[in-house]
Unconditional design. Sequence first.
Length: 489
Amino acid sequence: MSRFYSLRFTAQILALLPIVLLTGCSQSQQSAHNQVSEKAIAAQVSESESVPNAIAQSANQIISKSNHCVETNPFDESVRFALRASNLAQNARTKEDWDEVARQWVQAVAWMQAVPPRSPRRSFAERKVVEYMRNLTYSQQQAARSRSVSAFPSFDSELFDRQLELYLSYLSTVGTPDILIVGSSRALQGVDPSQMQRSLAARGYGNLRIFNFGINGATAQLVNYLIREILPPEHLPPMILWADGVRAFNSGRFDRTFAAVLASAGHQRIGSGIRPQLAQAQPYPTTCHEFPALCVARGSKFNFYQAKPDITLEPIMADSSADWELTDLVYRPGQQPFNLTPISLDNIDAQGFLPLSDRYNPQTYYQRRPYVSGRYDGDYQSFNLQGVQARAFDSVVAFTRGRNISLVLVNLPLTEGYLDSVRWSAERQFQDRMTYLSRQQGFLFIDLSQRALTQYHYFVDPSHLNRYGARAVSQKLVAEPSIPWPRRN
């Protein structure tokens, strides 16, 4: 951590305080979603009011903290960190740059939250904490969006690239998952690893590792490619839970997602025999941070405490109501002239799951979007359960059987209103075929198209589950007696 200048602000710093305190981080542009822009996080400080070089150099020196308790004004400390974060954000470009910006906002939040409850500044400080948290979130998002220099070449799918990077990081941090969830965006949003872990633990299957590698638009061809060509062979899980539905197995439509992957630079690297690998561990830099520390001095004006860190591998659910930038990930092979539910990549949790809180209401949903029947739905175009997708599925079955990996295929639920005559016919053919193949080839087929799971409040749109539906599906799967859940020694 950099050495920070004296707690007594110079006249030049005091001149900057009203800018940070009263105006916060101004925005030069405000999108329709009120997204915090780069200039919103970087407080606009004019050249005539910029921090002198001497102070900036002092702020970059390593501090040496004493062990004795020193009375500190948390409000002023927070402002120092906020000002530094704003200045750093002006020129932040790389993942490392945004990491440092985020670290400064973390400390600004911690110090501002330490303003005592009875302080006359407390109410104002609480508003600044909210503002600083928004800036912290934005800087974290920018860091996440900035690809590492050593990252594998792109597969021309932002979600695929992010999920792959997250999965490799998961392997390095947590280890090989016991259960790997694969499939399209229906799997990404429809199976909750954390809920599944809790439900399995309650049934005696404790400490299981579960990761959701859902990819929007994933078909049987893409899942086969992921399992056989992308995943490190030494880190294959003992169970693969493939959650999806009939659309992923229709060979009659053009597989746009898989075609894009085959044309990508990432596939060229795979074709040369190089798979994505875990990054080499780097030594941790020596960094000093300043936080409100345990300090209860007799007669002290401020009493601070330091809470014990709460370390858990279980992610906190993201709030899908947050007004962040939305990326449209709808897969429309038929080029339907409307958008379904846009999703934000920033809400994906540490286990690859995308929790969405919106509840589907057909009366309001179709006021904003036209209804498209199955006859004109590109996902059901030239419906055919044979062909390239069937061969890809057979390849997955043979691959998992040869490596003693349990394969569980889950047919996720759909809303009743979505299943018109065309879609219902395709659904029945799919159920019958998978029931037959499961007996012939030895994988397990679980059909979750029961009426209890088709209720509208479980969905975010006609065919994608929300977080409540994902929770119900996960609980239903755990209660399924035919699934041979793995056990950890």
